[in-house]
Write a protein that binds this ligand. Sequence first.
Ligand code: CDP
Length: 205
Amino acid sequence: MIIAVDGPAASGKGTIAKALARHYGLPHLDTGLLYRAVGIATAQQGGNPDDPADALKGAAFPETLLDDPAIRSETAGGLASRVSIHPAVRAALLARQRDFAAQTAGAIIDGRDIGSVIVPQADAKLFVTARTEIRAERRHREDPTDDYDAILADIRQRDERDSARSVAPLVRAADADLLDTSDLTIDAAVQRAIALVDARIRDRR
Ligand code: CDP
């Protein structure tokens, strides 16, 4: 079984994907980490994240970067959103994501284009979202030293960049179930996600 979980920053998609992985006993891939690693590697190499050739060099990042705490920072998120615009970078990460999905056990994969581009044949697709201000509040709670208004501006800019790009934009696939987590606790959001996935699987049988 393959489950695709897409959505914007701080929508809850990562938390939901991890909970689904536990619930169904499936391996989980957070594809945002791959783009974050490309962004950090590009910066570390002195490259310009907006330059396609520089960003492509960053796509050959060392695996250890995936475990570096710096990868979780908003700086890394911003860099990721810039390098992820380049078609060559997306192409360089494609096989790795599809190979993960092809495991016999199945997989839960979260990102921006999983249901639309990476595994359009997924058994269930969730598009997880939440109101922008709520998403900014969540990020602010994770790191109260960061200025709320700056976080809000950053999320707006990232949403705009991710949605407006010509290759693999952030978009809800036609057959994805919408899950708005704005007014849900984590537990409630996870229960709703499981119910939606179970319903899709029942329909497929
Ligand atoms: O956790 P958060 O949503 O803040 O970020 P993330 O999922 O780690 O993704 C960081 C950035 O990588 C996003 O803003 C996208 O620009 C890019 N990304 C993408 O283009 N495609 C994906 N499948 C995953 C992430």
